[in-house]
Ligand binder design. Structure first.
Ligand code: B12
Length: 136
C-alpha cells in the first residue's frame, strides 16, 4: 500500500471511529415519567420525569428520585420475588383493607401490567410508569 493510500485509509477509519467513541463518552441517560395515582381517593396525581440508566431497573431510577428528596417510598423484600412496593409518599397498602400499589406502564397508547415488580421491571425510554393505589 502506498503512503497516500495508507493515510487515506487511516483517515477514513478515524472518521468512522471518532463519532462512535464520542457518542460512548457522552452517552445520555434516557428518561421516563413516573406517575403516582390514587384510584381510591382520586387525590391529585404527581408526575415525575426521571433519568434511567441503559436497561436499568425501575427501582434504581426510583432510588435516585428518593436520594434527591423528590419521592418517598418503601418496600419489603420477598424471598422469591424481591422488592414489594408498600408505601409511596406516605400512603401504604394494607392487607386488611385489601389495598396495594399496582405497577402499570403506559407505552405508546397501550397500558401494560408488568408481570414482575419494581426490582425486575426494566422501563423503556419514553414509558410512563404508573404507581396506582388500588384494591385487590
Ligand atoms: C395474591 C397475589 C398478589 C396480591 C397479594 C396480596 C396479599 N397480601 O395476598 C397483590 C394483588 C397485592 C399482588 C400484587 C402484585 N403482584 Co402478585 N401475586 C399474587 C399471587 C396470585 C398469589 C400469591 C400468594 O398468595 N401466594 C401464597 C402465599 C401463602 O405465599 P406468600 O409467599 O406469602 O405470598 C406473598 C407473595 O407472593 C407476595 N407477592 C404477591 N405478589 C407479589 C409481587 C412481587 C413483585 C413481590 C415482591 C411479592 C408479591 O404477596 C403474597 C402475600 O403476602 C401470585 C401468583 C401465584 N400463583 O403465586 C402473584 C405474583 C406473585 N404477583 C406477581 C406480580 C408481578 C405482582 C405485581 C408486581 C403486579 C403489578 N404489575 O402490580 C404486584 C406487586 C406490586 C408491588 N406493590 O410491588 C408475580 C410475581 C412475578 C415476579 N417474578 O416478580 C406473580 C408470580 C404472578 C405473575 N404475574 O406471574 N399480588
Amino acid at each position: 500500500m502506498s503512503m497516500i493510500t495508507t493515510a487515506t485509509f487511516l483517515s477514513a477509519a478515524l472518521l468512522l471511529l471518532v463519532p462512535g467513541i464520542l457518542s460512548l463518552a457522552t452517552a445520555k441517560k434516557d428518561q421516563i415519567h413516573l406517575k403516582i395515582y390514587n384510584s381510591i381517593s382520586h387525590g391529585p396525581n404527581v408526575t415525575y420525569t426521571l433519568d434511567i440508566a441503559f436497561r436499568g431497573i425501575l427501582l434504581g431510577a426510583m432510588n435516585n428520585l428518593q436520594k434527591d428528596d423528590r419521592l418517598r417510598f418503601s418496600y419489603t423484600e420477598d424471598p422469591n420475588y424481591g422488592p414489594f412496593l408498600v408505601r409511596v409518599n406516605g400512603l401504604a397498602g394494607n392487607n386488611t383493607e385489601h389495598t396495594y400499589w399496582q405497577l402499570l406502564v403506559k407505552r405508546g397508547k397501550t397500558i401494560i401490567i408488568p408481570d414482575v415488580g419494581i426490582g425486575c421491571f426494566i422501563p423503556k425510554p419514553g414509558d410512563t410508569v404508573i404507581l396506582k393505589f388500588t384494591k385487590w
